[in-house]
Design a protein around this ligand. Structure first.
Ligand code: MEV
Length: 312
């Protein structure tokens, strides 16, 4: 029987651009949220959140999560409410950027599928998850729920869906939390306003992104991590121009590059949340970067990005 989990994710290239129909490059993390759903004796939906948290769960997200649960029941056409839902796992809820709500939604949908024998396939689980996620994100591109459902490293666009990429060996990364809480809905609105107010600048930024993306996609396929890192740096600059970075994220990105990272950028929502650092092969440099952020009290996750299949 299928386990009830959803993967976290990191966006290597293309957050926000993907909302506006550009392609993005994303990887699921080997970290998951797991859910258990059981019947209870009341007529109340009970939600217990045992996921590890970096800074405590912010109150403003409680209503959005309640709506996400309601959306799941609506999509699955479940009218009863006598369920106790418990989520846990090794995916830490950071200040943003790790795909926590999508991983949560996917894990709960899979747990309902298991309890009620709904026989859902991955595509339907993914459809349910984007519907659930709209409670949190407003107009999600679908990238987070797709990573949470399917895993792997893949190219994603709203029109084309996902295309898995096989890479030669795992990619070593570090995620660093900026300690600044972020909110996807408001950052998406900020970009919409920028596109509206600055059409010429926006067109230039979006054209330049296309070049960065094409180069980055070729780089990851060829396992040219130095080039991929440069593309990440360029993507960060374009995200800065859209007003999506902040002092804290810029500090992490600049410091990582200064210490020898191959590349670094904000990942996910921006305006806070996480930075993604592409580590070089040299284990001494890896340690230097990790130790710097560790000893300066940043919350970090050292991880590896893996394709579903190794390259033949
Ligand atoms: C959030 O992880 C990524 C965004 O591009 C929103 C989305 O694609 O739904 C900011």
């Amino acid at each position: 029987m299928r386990e009830s989990f959803g993967f976290g994710k990191t966006i290597i290239l293309g957050e926000h651009f993907v909302v506006h129909n550009k392609p993005a490059l994303v990887a699921a993390l080997p970290l998951k949220t797991q859910a258990i759903v059981v019947f209870n004796d009341s007529d109340q939906l009970i939600f217990t959140d045992n996921r590890p948290l970096v800074h405590g769960f912010i109150a403003s997200k409680t209503a959005a999560y309640s709506q996400m649960l309601e959306n799941i029941l609506i999509f699955l056409k479940i009218s009863q409410r006598n369920f106790t839902i418990t989520v846990s796992g090794d995916l830490t809820v950071t200040c943003g950027g790790i795909g926590a709500s999508a991983a949560c939604a996917v894990s709960i949908i899979k747990a309902f599928d298991r309890l009620l024998n709904l026989n859902m396939n991955d595509a339907t689980i993914n459809d349910a998850a984007i519907f659930a996620e709209s409670a949190i994100h407003g107009t999600p591109s679908g990238i987070d729920n797709t990573a949470a459902t399917f895993g792997g490293i893949f190219e994603y666009s709203k029109q084309g869906g996902l295309t898995q990429i096989n890479i030669a060996q795992p990619i070593k990364i570090l995620l660093v939390d900026s300690s600044k809480q972020t909110d996807t809905k408001s950052l998406i609105s900020k970009v919409n306003k920028f596109l509206n107010d600055e059409p010429d600048k926006s067109a230039d930024i979006f054209n330049r992104y296309t070049t960065v993306f094409n180069s980055g996609l070729a780089a990851i396929k060829a396992f040219d991590l130095a080039l991929l890192g440069q593309c990440m740096n360029q993507n960060h600059e374009l995200l800065q121009k859209l007003g999506l970075s902040c002092t804290e994220l810029d500090y992490i990105v600049n410091k990582a590059i200064e210490l020898g990272a191959l590349g670094a950028k904000l990942t996910g929502t921006g305006g806070g949340g996480l930075a993604l650092i592409l580590l070089p092969d040299d284990s001494d440099v890896q340690k230097k970067i990790k130790n710097f952020f560790d000893s300066n009290n940043f919350f970090i996750i050292k991880s590896e990005l893996k394709s579903l299949k190794n390259k033949a």
